[in-house]
Design a binder for this molecule. Structure first.
Ligand code: RP5
Length: 167
């Protein structure tokens, strides 16, 4: 399924994949790959809550109007990126805690998951970029029978792979 912005020639990034640093890019790559596999246009941006706060807020504030539906945000350490993103948009935000050098990602996980009531961030596992993409797809599939069928096929293939490997 490709969702096109009819006013422009380029596809609208339906899912924005944000990360706090270029050092997060390998960890976040599975999210981009899975969205590509499902033909969902995505856009990858390095934006930091701490190093580029104004640019981050400006990007996120404009996202809904551009046609973006879901934001995935990965960050490590004092991982405020998903929280600040969720604070300035009502789009669903999925946070990916990135494994950190000092505390193995426990710092990232707690920084992202413990949001105060009122501003939710759906948090996946440490380094769980693949599941962030699959959760985004499940959300989009609520309004798309075609995408829902693609997700069923993905699960069936996964099932077959597991069953084959256990023989
Ligand atoms: C966070 O700090 C980033 O998300 C990254 O996971 C972590 C370390 O960043 P670098 O020092 O590698 O740029 O903002």
């Amino acid at each position: 399924m490709i969702i096109l912005n009819t006013e422009k020639t380029t596809p609208v990034p339906i899912v924005a994949i944000l990360m706090g640093s270029t050092s997060d890019s390998d960890t976040m790559e599975p999210a981009r790959q899975i969205l590509k596999e499902f033909n969902i246009p995505s856009e990858v941006k390095v934006l930091s809550a701490h190093r580029t706060p104004e640019q981050t807020i400006n990007y996120v504030k404009a996202a809904k109007e551009r046609g973006t539906k879901i934001i995935i945000a990965g960050a490590g350490g004092a991982a405020h990126l998903p929280g600040i993103v969720a604070a300035v948009t009502t789009l669903p935000v999925i946070g990916v805690p990135i494994k950190s050098k000092s505390l193995n990602g426990l710092d990232s996980l707690l920084s992202i998951v413990q949001m105060p009531a009122g501003i939710p961030v759906a948090t996946v596992a440490i380094d769980g970029a693949a599941n962030a993409a699959l959760l985004a797809i499940a959300m989009l599939a609520l309004a798309s029978p075609e995408l829902s069928a693609q997700l069923d096929t993905y699960r069936t293939k996964m099932q077959e792979k597991v069953l084959k490997s256990s023989v």
